[in-house]
Write a protein that binds this ligand. Sequence first.
Ligand code: ZN
Length: 298
Amino acid sequence: MTAHLDTLLGFTIPSRHARGRMVRLGPALDAILAAHGYPPAIEKVLAEALALTALLGSTLKDEDGQMTLQAQTEAGVIELLVCDYRGGALRGYAKFDPDRLAEIPADPSLFALFGKGYLAITFDQSVTGERYQGIVPLEGASLAEAAQSYFTQSEQIPSLVRLATVHDDAGCRAGGMLLQHLPEGEEGRERLHTRLDHPEWEHVRLLGETMSTDELTDSGLPLGDLVWRLFNEEEEVRLLGESMLAKGCRCDPEHIASVIARFPEVERREMTDESGLIGVDCAFCARRFEIDADSIAA
Ligand SMILES: [Zn+2]
């Protein structure tokens, strides 16, 4: 049996002016998590954040563009959670306080984990060099709810966001769906009025809400079949291309050396230890790289 994992599928429902995408992560997620050994509560929120990052990042039309999702708090158990997406590659990590995590319930709410926090979503277009950032308070019962308010508040697009994770003998899996209403002619234009209760959107949203979290994380269920299961009574559902996702990081020694080379020599000397090495940590991979300072100065 083929496992339908690490894939993303876009679709549209033309007669309802709706578009959506679904993602299901498996081995790519395990590869990201393997570097860290997070406790279950941290793993769950990071896995959901990675599914969300894939859903949002894949909307970039620019292959080299980057989408970054960052959750930051003033005094949360999780201080910082960062995920990014570039050309189908995902990475992410969370910085948290293990002592405080031990004091909160085993299945903590979003608020218990982050306290008063913010969700920042940034799109960097590599071709035009444009940067777009939306920031919303990290509110709601779950990350999916926080993402939904990002779309309604920051983007003014009626949206449904569903995220789910499961960790069993086969490893960790995360699934997500983003469903949006884009009335005719409004795509890519400033929206002056947003109707969150438009009847055609209500209809699509209710169908989307019938999806169970088990369906989202079921590796035996192709995403196209799931789309069909939810929306088969619609006049037309168009499946767009399916794409693959993988763990990816840019922390190879060569790239790190090129970044260090941009520092003034005085600063480089300060970074260098007694054995002539510059140590650089990659928080995404929980790895330390030691670069020979002389190889850069040359
Ligand atoms: Zn890395």
